[in-house]
Design a protein around this ligand. Structure first.
Ligand code: SAM
Length: 282
């Protein structure tokens, strides 16, 4: 039987496997970038459905069309709950989406510690939101491993955001308890740490592990969820920890205008977890 020749469209398909038997695919109109950095394979494609898509080691990181679901939910629950967020740290976040959201607040400074300079260069060229925020004089960009950066830093922050990739490769260290002890040492009074915690569908074990050690480390330790169409399982989870700020009492105020997903009602709803997740996280 002759070998079936894949069609031109199939050849242009970009597949992301969520499990060995299911995943997501994109038909690429154009393959805009493909190179291996010191840390990871970086690809950018252009698609009809989601505009430009950034992949790191074959995993979707952000897309032009649905980035706001993720970046607004990563940033605003913490920023809107803090009484006066002036000094902010973002660990990871090379695509600049989280930085874009933080700069909507009258912060004094936002430091971003991203390990891979190539991610920033590529995103500056292919994702329209990064260039303008990088030139904001409140931004201090450092190319560094987040774990080393925080170990060597002598500064304290009001809000620390962990916008890491999944707990594999260079990002693995950012999901370990040791790293969170270091972060805690750099929190100002009323400080908050928030970050992405993976898919509540496919990454339950990692979520449970994080929930266990964060609840031992902080007075307030919450998880919250929100949809991200192009992430595994279509919904995503985040953590919010603080020794002084309770996101359900210190309700979100001064929410910036012009957001597409986050608002005060979504803030409250996001912390109401589905029954299976409440059970899993105890
Ligand atoms: N929104 C994406 C997600 O949830 O999968 C992640 C956004 S961003 C692209 C993840 C960033 O973390 C990448 O730019 C990657 O280079 C960076 N990163 C991975 N490990 C890191 C580390 N140890 N220190 C600092 N940045 C790191």
């Amino acid at each position: 039987m002759s070998k079936r020749i894949p069609s031109k469209e199939e050849l242009a398909e970009f597949r992301e496997f969520h499990t060995p038997s299911c995943g997501f695919f994109f038909r690429a109109k154009k393959h805009l970038f493909s190179e291996k950095s010191v840390f990871q394979q970086i690809d950018v494609i252009d698609t009809d459905s989601f505009g430009r898509v950034l992949f790191l080691d074959g995993l979707v990181q952000t897309t032009e069309k649905d980035e706001f679901f993720y970046h607004e939910m990563l940033v605003h629950p913490a920023m809107a709950s803090h009484p006066k967020p002036e000094e902010v740290l973002i660990i990871g976040g090379g695509d600049g989406g989280a930085l874009k959201e933080v700069l909507r607040y009258p912060v004094k400074s936002t430091t971003m510690a991203e390990i891979d300079a190539m991610v920033i260069e590529v995103c500056e060229k292919h994702f329209p939101w990064l260039a303008p925020v990088r030139s904001d004089e409140r931004v201090e960009l450092t190319i560094a491993d987040g774990s080393t950066f925080i170990q060597e830093s002598d500064r304290e922050y009001d809000v620390i955001l962990i916008d890491s990739s999944d707990p594999v490769g260079p990002s693995a260290v950012l999901h370990q308890q040791e790293f969170f002890w270091r972060l805690k040492d750099h929190l100002k009074p009323a400080g908050i740490i928030a970050g992405q915690a993976g898919s509540p569908i496919y990454h339950l074990a990692s979520l449970r592990e994080k929930s266990l050690f964060l609840s031992q480390m902080f007075k307030f330790s919450f998880f919250y969820v929100g949809p991200v169409p192009t992430y595994p399982g279509g919904t995503w989870s985040y953590f919010f920890v603080s020794d002084e700020i309770n996101p359900l009492q210190d309700a979100a105020k001064d929410i910036p205008r012009g957001l597409q997903y986050y608002n005060a009602e979504i803030h409250r709803a996001a912390f109401s977890l589905p029954a299976f997740l409440k059970k899993e996280l105890g």
